[in-house]
Design a protein. Structure first.
Length: 104
């Protein structure tokens, strides 16, 4: 029975996050501001969430960088959900080939 509740929570969270992203779509060019607004929207709905930032140094062939996402915790179970408002944007190709465009 717990799995049904977790899935229901995830589905409602996803719907609410998409609604927030639609409302604040004009902020899409600034991911940090968009994250803040989506997080506050979800908090007003009663979600336990926060913005998380991660940072790493360059090591070997890995370039240094940082990333930000929204972490939502389901209070009754402690299950965590991550919301990444720019996930698809991280995989965009600067100059797409015709073959790639068919798949995007």
């Amino acid at each position: 029975m717990r799995n049904l509740n977790v899935d229901r929570f995830r589905n409602v969270l996803c719907s609410n996050a998409l609604e927030a992203m639609s409302i604040f779509r004009c902020l899409k060019s600034n991911t940090h501001i968009l994250n803040c607004n989506v997080m506050m929207f979800l908090q007003k709905l009663g979600y336990n969430n926060a913005i998380c930032k991660t940072k790493w140094r360059s090591c070997g062939g890995l370039t240094a960088g940082n990333y930000e996402f929204i972490d939502v915790v389901q209070s009754c179970s402690g299950v965590r959900y991550f919301i990444d408002v720019n996930f698809a944007g991280e995989f965009q190709i600067a100059r797409q080939m015709n073959q790639f465009r068919r798949f995007s």
